[in-house]
Ligand binder design. Structure first.
Ligand code: A3P
Length: 316
């Protein structure tokens, strides 16, 4: 457990500064190595706060992804499935709020400003999201009955999406060539990719009732079966009547790329004033990497994944 104890100290800020000095770091991307993972320096304090203070409840649902793996989509779907008894599709809060408002990130929202906010008044099931690897999750998440849904994506598309991501007005996407070597060394936000995947994959194998492992590509291919899978996993299976009413299609439709992208709350505003909501919707396709990566680059990533995933049963 990589939790850092900061109790009984006079100045947590100084402690944090001191701790940061001891960690391996990179300027571009701005990451520090913590518990074997390259976490963004910007949210290092928030990760520590989450580890130290988050107390999971058995009914919580935790959505875990690497950035650019379809987090926004997973948030919209899970929120809609878990809360469908509260409103009809045409009254959905997704029509007026971003999925990132409805399902906050630990690092970028819940613990962004506060070290230990009171979360006890949030009605259950509480749904939170994180990009933290399984190994860095707070003990209470791993030990309680709460559910974890991990969604992963083909590394080639995830990498291309990450490079094309321009979070702020006028910010330039990151040049692919410059980033490629770093990605292959595992030095990217919340990397290495393979260790992040393997942590959740192994946890899923160990306890499939606790950790659901989804793939972006499977959702693209057959959203109906994946929506049902999510619903069953979180304990809100669709009834026959709901299925006959077309509720699965309605939820899938509302959360589709075209639909979400066209909604007003996703065209304006930002997550925390840092990342504009519209930047979470680019192409939403499988295989867009072919437009950006050379066959040699793709082969290098494929070889790397094959060797890292060997014997694990995980394939990409
Ligand atoms: P692309 O850049 O390949 O288009 P995240 O939400 O984790 O930041 O991931 C963003 C990626 O998911 C982007 O991929 C984005 O276009 C895609 N995406 C966002 N909403 C989607 C949806 N409803 N369906 C499918 N893909 C979606």
């Amino acid at each position: 457990n990589a939790t850092v104890e900061m109790e009984n100290k006079e100045s947590p800020k100084d402690d944090l500064h001191e701790l940061l000095q001891t960690l391996e770091r990179h300027v571009s991307p701005p990451v520090v190595k913590y518990g074997g993972f390259w976490v963004p320096e910007m949210v290092f304090r928030q990760i520590l706060s989450t580890q130290k203070n988050f107390k999971a409840q058995g009914t919580d649902i935790i959505l875990s992804t690497l950035p650019k793996s379809g987090t926004t989509w997973l948030k919209a779907l899970t929120f809609s499935i878990a809360n469908r008894h509260l409103f009809t599709i045409d009254q959905s809060p997704l029509l007026t709020s971003s999925p990132h408002t409805l399902v906050p990130f630990f690092e970028f929202n819940v613990y962004w400003e506060q070290e230990n906010p009171d979360l006890s008044n949030i009605p259950s099931p509480r749904i939170f999201a994180t990009h933290m690897p399984f190994e860095l999750l707070p003990d209470s998440i791993r030990e309680s009955d709460c559910r974890i849904i991990c969604m992963c994506r083909n590394p080639l598309d995830q990498f291309v999406s990450y490079c094309n991501f321009s979070p702020k007005e006028n910010s330039e996407p990151v040049p692919i060539d410059k980033n490629f070597d770093m990605f292959c060394q595992g030095i990217h936000f919340y990397g290495p990719f393979w260790d992040h995947m393997l942590g959740y994959w192994n946890a899923h194998l160990e306890n499939p009732r606790k950790v659901l492992f989804l793939r972006y590509e499977d959702l693209k291919e057959d959203i109906t079966s994946q929506v049902k899978k999510i619903a069953e996993f979180i304990g809100f299976p669709f009834s026959l009547e709901e299925e006959e009413q077309g509720l699965i299609d309605h939820i899938s439709g509302l959360c589709s790329f075209q639909s979400l992208r066209s909604l007003a709350p996703n065209k304006t505003g930002s997550v925390n004033g840092i990342v504009k909501n519209s930047s979470f919707f680019r192409k939403g396709q499988v295989g867009d990497w072919t437009n950006y990566l050379t066959p040699a680059m793709a082969a290098r990533i494929k070889k790397l994944m094959d060797s890292k995933f060997e014997g694990s049963g995980l394939m990409y």
